[in-house]
Every structure is written in C-alpha cells, then in structure tokens.
Ligand binder design. Sequence first.
Ligand SMILES: O=C(O)C1=C[C@@H](OP(=O)(O)O)[C@@H](O)[C@H](O)C1
Ligand SMILES: C=C(OP(=O)(O)O)C(=O)O
Length: 426
Amino acid sequence: MEQLTLNPIHKIDGEINLPGSKSVSNRALLLAALAKGTTTLTNLLDSDDIRHMLNALTKLGVQYQLSADKTQCVVEGLGRAFETSQAMELFLGNAGTAMRPLCAALCLGKGEYELTGEPRMEERPIGSLVDALRQAGADVTYLKNEDYPPLKIKSTGLRGGKISIDGSVSSQFLTAFLMAAPYADGDTEIEIVGELVSKPYIEITLHIMSQFGVQVENIDYQRFIIKGQQTYTAPGQFLVEGDASSASYFLAAAAIKGGTVKVTGIGKKSVQGDVQFADVLAAMGADIEWGDDYIKSTVGELKAVDMDMNHIPDAAMTIATTALFATGTTAIRNVYNWRVKETDRLAAMATELRKVGAEVVEGHDFIEVTPAQTLQHAAIDTYDDHRIAMCFSLVALSDTPVTINDPGCTSKTFPDYFDKLKQVSK
Ligand SMILES: O=C(O)C1=C[C@@H](OP(=O)(O)O)[C@@H](O)[C@H](O)C1
Ligand SMILES: C=C(OP(=O)(O)O)C(=O)O
C-alpha cells in the first residue's frame, strides 16, 4: 500500500483556485445530457466521481467533447430521456451523485440497465429512492440485497402523481427524483417523510434545475411540486463553481497555522451549503473574509464549538480534525448519515482521531473531540474515503508528522489535493 508522510508544516499561506464542485458537476452533466441544445460546461471537476458520470453518458449515447485537461465539456443535449436498444451495465464506482440521480433518470425513456458499483456502494442504501420511484410506476429490482445496489431498471416512464420520499438518510434521493420529475407523464407532488437531511444540497438541485429552465414549487422543504412533460433547456454556457467541501481543508489549515489562505471560485453568492463551513471556523476563532468569488481565512486562537452540522455533512469532517487545535471539547452533532457514506465515518473518525492521541466520544449521531496536549505520529487508515485522507493532513500543522495510508483515494473528488496543499505550505 502506498503511504505519504507529511512532515510538520510551519506556516500556511497563499491562494488556491478551487477545482469545480463535484455536486454541481454531476448535476449539470446529467441535465445537459437531457436538455434540448448544447451546453458548454467550464471548470468541470476532473475526478473519479465525474468520470463515472461521463462514462455512463457515453454508454447512453450522449455526445460530448471533453477538453484535454477535462475541465471543459461541450454536451450535445438529447432533448429527451435516454433511449437505448441494448441492455447495458453502468458501473458507477462509489459516486452517490451518479448512482442516485441516474437511477431515477433511467426510469424514464426506454432501455434496460444494471447499475453497479464498488463493494462499498453495495452497502450504501438506495431503498427510499426505489420505493418512491415505484410509487410513480418504475420497474426497479435489487440484484443482490434488498434496498441496496446493484439494481436492475427496466425503463417504463414515470407517471407522476403523489409520491412520498423518506428524507432522513440522504438528500440525494429527493435530488434524484426532482431532477427526473419534469420528464414524467404527469405532474408530480413529492411529500417528504421524516426529517430531511443535508438540506442545502436540495438548494443546489433546485438552482441548477432553474438554470436549465425548470422551476419547482418548494413548500417549506416538506412538499415539492413539479410539472410533467417538460424539457430542460440548455443554458449555453455553464460555469461550475469551485468545490466548497474541497475548500474546507485550506481554510482550516490557515485558521490553524496561517498566514492567510484565499480560496477562489466560491464566495458569498455560492450555491453550495458547504461554504457555511467558513462560519463554523469563524465561530471557532478564525478571521474570515467573504468576497463575491473568494473566501479568505486567517489564523486565529481556536476554541471548541458544539454545533448541529447536519447542513454541512462533508465539510464537518474537517471540523473534527480542526478540533485537534482548538481549546476545549468540540461536538459535531446530528450527523448520523456519516455512517452510510464512503465508510462509516463516525466509527472511522473516532478510531483515527484516537490514534493521534485525541479523546473521542462516538455517539449514534455525533462525535466529541478533545485534543491531546501533544499529538502522536500515527499511520492514518483512510478506508478508501477521500475526506479522511484530506482532513487528517491537518495533523501535519502540529509539531508531529502524519502518515496517510493510501493517499491516492483523494481521486474521488480531488486527485491533486496533496500537491495543492504543498503549494500553500511554507
Ligand atoms: O447531493 C449531493 O451532491 C451530495 C449530498 C450529500 O449527501 P447526503 O444527502 O447523502 O448527505 C453529500 O454528503 C454528498 O457528498 C453530495
Ligand atoms: C458523501 C460523499 O460522496 P457521495 O457523493 O458519493 O455521496 C462525499 O463526497 O463526501
């Protein structure tokens, strides 16, 4: 196994132009494929999760031209749902933003598909989405375990009507249904059952749907009404904003050991909820400056926070390692669904934080982290989870090195993360 040892970093300072947002890239690619007209996507993310979406679109007969650096993509929209004549397998790795939205979109149109993924994908639930799609007439079956991929889909179209979706495990189920609903035969009214998690991701979905010409009536995040028999309209140019979750590592690094870091490509007008990570850092004592297209973070005297972080589940992992540098006990609450992501992130974070000497309480849906006086050098297991690799790089901001096992796992969303970190390490 490859290992990367990061020696103590004395200071963080500089500017990072963020790679494109994963959440925006995969939504925009899918809608561009379904839309009437041509969309030119710029600042597209080049990473595993996006590659899985692009490969699926190729198999589905979508024409696109990708630039040599894979950050520009001109997509010729179909102007209709996918229609294929030969049964096919679509392998979607461990990309939730490909698996869930494609599962819904492929119920439209014509074709027969098997949606498969990496072993961990077979442990990530999709039952609430399948239940909802079946209410609208979809033919989806489980190929191995009930409620989990791999799946078989026979496209039958979606009829619309009144649908209920359980929102308490992943917002991606609602996102997936919302994006497919305009192509249903009739109008759809979605009612949310249970507390909707990761709400800001729904804002991203609604915003991008509107950029492609479709409006959704959102009644307090409890009911959503979408007209049927619509077609997305290509917006022409589509700029993917920088990835706010990827920004979190640099913003935190500066807060711990700056200098100042300026990340560009996100700012106060960002559509991504994860920009609110900067507010958590500010509450911990960092000095944060917001621009229209940048966020700057400057070192501060960090103190612990106790917060509900359900709205920023990905960036919240960065708070768990930032807590190693804050006075007091930091509590990250209401993050049960950490357990169904790339790995069981509550268990994994607790185990790895203890390895560097922190005192950790792992609850059913929370984690509490109390820093050690001095951190210990440890080899951090990353569980094929990009965010564990990236957030534990912050340990190198202490006087102790840190070894990251399998650092290549950052390729899911940020293939050159460690090079970028080096650029701002002084
Ligand atoms: O819709 C999206 O783009 C995402 C939603 C979130 O998942 P959950 O809704 O499952 O929390 C987030 O963790 C994931 O990285 C991306
Ligand atoms: C949970 C994540 O990914 P996915 O889109 O596969 O759900 C993540 O990127 O942290």
